[in-house]
Unconditional design. Sequence first.
Length: 163
Amino acid sequence: MLRVRCLRGGSRGAEAVHYIGSRLGRTLTGWVQRTFQSTQAATASSRNSCAADDKATDPLPKDCPVSSYNEWDPLEEVIVGRAENACVPPFTVEVKANTYEKYWPFYQKHGGHYFPKDHLKKAVTEIEEMCNILKMEGVTVRRPDPIDWSLKYKTPDFESTGK
C-alpha cells in the first residue's frame, strides 16, 4: 500500500523518503556484493535479500516502553531524561564545533566536571515543569532512573571520558 501511496504522491514525506531510501540502499548493496564477490556468492546473497524483502516486518518487542508509528498523531507517551549528575563535556574539537565561541571559557573551566549546582537546579526545575505540563495534557511521562554520568562507558568504537 505504501508503494502505491508513494507513486501517487499521497504519502507523507518521511514515509516516502524512507521507502525510496531503503530501496536505493538495497540496490546499491546488491551491486557492491555482486562486484566484489564471486558470481556464485552474489547469486546466493541476492536470493536471500529477495526472501528478506518479502517478509512482513515484525512488531516491536514487548519490552519496548514507547514507540512511534508516524510523526503526526497526538503525543500519547514520552520518555523524558534527567539532568541530575550531568557532567560538562571536555573542551574538544567537537565541543568547539557545536558551541558559540562566547561559551568556550565555560567549557575550558568546567569541562570534565559536574555542571555547577545553580545550572543543574535550573535544568531540573525546567524539566520537571515540562513533565507536569505534559501530564496535565494527558501524556504518559516515563522517567529513567538517575545515572552517575561520571562513570566511564566503553564500546569497541567509543569510550566516554567519565567525569
